[in-house]
Design a protein around this ligand. Structure first.
Ligand code: SF4
Length: 181
């Protein structure tokens, strides 16, 4: 019987949530017995090969490419999980939300104390995805089924969620996996 598929992506994130997924250590061997990884930076598969049971989304949406990838995940995955605080609320990348985008760009490329840019050129290659006016939590772009908080969520909590979903069981994380003090 074909194994269910899991896809993952990192939008406006730091890959720390993916690192946490890999922190399940030797349980990764059990995981690959239970699922096939589809589109994911873990295996460098760039395109969906079919329907996925679970899509893990790290990071919020800071540019148009993030939005397109997120919409693609929604179309291909039965269950979408916002993995970590960047996906859930924007987190560190969303610190720019209080500053107008023009001001952010000028600070990064013209006025910042370590900037050397005598021509005053701003990034303008057509291949660069357009920045959004702010960083959006993924739930503001597509429907999200589950939210797993943490920066990053612990490996144990990711494992608990994945095994519950794969076993068609209710996700019921114990307090120890969701406290952050
Ligand atoms: S939630 Fe934390 S670990 Fe995950 S992508 Fe954001 S900053 Fe990185």
């Amino acid at each position: 019987m074909a194994k269910p598929k899991v896809a993952t992506t990192s939008l406006a994130g730091c890959f720390g949530c993916h690192m946490s997924l890999l922190d399940i250590d030797d349980r990764i061997l059990k995981l690959v017995e239970l699922v096939d990884f589809d589109k994911s930076p873990i295996n460098d598969i760039k395109k969906f090969s079919g329907r996925c049971l679970v899509g893990l989304i790290e990071g919020g949406c800071c540019n148009e490419e993030n939005v397109l990838v997120l919409q693609e995940f929604r179309r291909h995955c039965d269950v979408l999980i916002a993995l970590g605080d960047c996906a859930i609320m924007g987190c560190i990348p969303a610190l720019r939300n209080t500053i107008p985008l023009k001001e952010c760009m000028e600070e990064a490329y013209l006025n910042g104390p370590t900037v050397y840019n005598p021509s005053g050129t701003m990034p303008n290659d057509l291949d660069l995805p357009l920045l959004l006016d702010k960083v959006y939590p993924v739930k503001e772009v597509v429907k999200i089924d589950y939210f797993l908080p943490g920066c990053p969520p612990s490996a144990d909590s990711i494992w608990a969620v994945l095994t519950a979903l794969l076993g068609n069981k209710k996700i019921d994380l114990p307090y120890e996996l969701l406290k952050y003090d």
